[in-house]
Design a protein around this ligand. Structure first.
Ligand code: GDP
Ligand code: CA
Length: 330
């Protein structure tokens, strides 16, 4: 069994932990992670989603924060503050810093981001293959109001919107810089084509999954593949589970509901992404409207509140996916 997961950070990493528990040693999991959250700071290349997946599956994540390293200290950050250098809002831990140093050094030596990711993962026993969606520089910028600019708007890096502003200002648009010309990371297209199942993780639809499926080669591979594409809603009961995805979705005119995101992705046989969409049991009433939009939806418990529930969600996702694979094609 070969499963390919399209993932952001926290939601995708947690789901993949469940998948790893439910699959056996002969099965293969590949995670294609979003790299559009990446940012250069203090001369360092930081890849939050790749690192969240690597630390989570490698057992090095801080369990409370669910990002960054366990047993972290913040000496370097304090020293930077003492020098008064900006930005002062990004969480740069000492242990985490080592990852960014290794990555930046390897990139400067001419390795691609995928090679670097493989090298970093050698230290962590993740049990999965972790791939960057692209080796090209792709960065999500958010358009926000700015009275001082002629256009009345200003583009800021997604991390500034998310971390410094805590998603507290209205979103007027999202621009993923570099996406149009980005090529898929090495191995990504093959994996999507050869997998038995592709899962769209319960990740942020706009800034995590959006950039991955926005890479032209990936979008085409997802259209072509004979593997079913099954998605898991990150929206439960009309709100994002832990987090601030609501403002981004509503700012871009996507209804903040499991049905809204399902319709946003669309049915694969109507030019969209999904063969099936999992919504929470409490959102069962939305299944009918999704079916009207051509999206086959199933209601299952979607909250990954503990390991058992997370594993059960992964098992449900596999079951829905395998039933689709075995179904005769028209
Ligand atoms: P990020 O890159 O770290 O923001 O992480 P992701 O994009 O992978 O995931 C963020 C999304 O995960 C949020 O929009 C949440 O709604 C979703 N999420 C977090 N916990 C859960 C959960 O227990 N169940 C489901 N269905 N979604 C979750
Ligand atoms: Ca992210």
């Amino acid at each position: 069994m070969r499963v390919c997961v399209l993932s952001g950070g926290i939601g995708g990493a947690r789901f993949t932990e469940g998948l790893r528990s439910t699959l056996g040693p002969d099965d293969q999991i590949t995670v294609v992670a979003n790299t559009a959250d990446d940012i250069w700071l203090f001369g360092l290349k930081i890849c939050p989603d790749l690192d969240t997946v690597m630390y989570t599956l490698g057992g090095g994540i801080d369990d409370e924060r669910r990002w960054g390293r366990a047993h972290e200290t913040w000496n370097a950050k304090e020293e930077l503050l003492a020098y008064g250098v900006q930005p002062d809002w990004f969480g740069l831990g000492d242990r985490d810093l080592a990852t960014h140093l290794v990555r930046t050094q390897m990139l400067s030596a001419g390795y691609g981001l995928s090679d670097v990711t493989r090298a970093l993962c050698r230290r962590w026993d993740t049990g999965v293959e972790l791939l960057a969606m692209s080796d090209d520089r792709v960065e999500t910028h958010v358009l926000v109001d700015d009275d001082e600019s002629d256009s009345g708007q200003r583009a800021i890096h997604f991390q500034e919107y998310w971390v410094r502003l805590r998603a507290s200002v209205p979103v007027r648009g999202v621009v993923v810089v570099g996406l149009e010309s980005a090529t898929a990371g090495p191995g990504v297209v093959d994996e999507i084509e050869q997998s038995d199942l592709v899962v769209v993780a319960p990740s942020n639809p706009i800034v995590s999954v959006g950039p991955i499926v926005g890479v032209a080669e990936i979008r085409e591979a997802l259209r072509r593949t004979t593997a079913p594409v099954v998605g898991v809603s990150p929206i439960v009961g009309g709100a994002a589970v832990r987090g601030m995805a609501d403002q981004l979705l509503s700012g871009l005119g996507v209804e903040v509901s499991a049905a809204g995101v399902g319709r946003h992705y669309g049915a694969r046989d109507r030019g969209g992404l999904l063969d099936a969409w999992l919504v929470d049991s409490g959102d069962e009433a939305e299944v009918a409207t999704l079916r009207e939009a051509g999206v086959e939806a199933h209601a299952r418990p979607l909250l990954m509140s503990d390991d058992a529930l997370t594993t059960a969600l992964a098992a449900d996702t596999l079951e829905v996916g395998l039933a689709l694979r075995d179904r005769p094609r028209p």
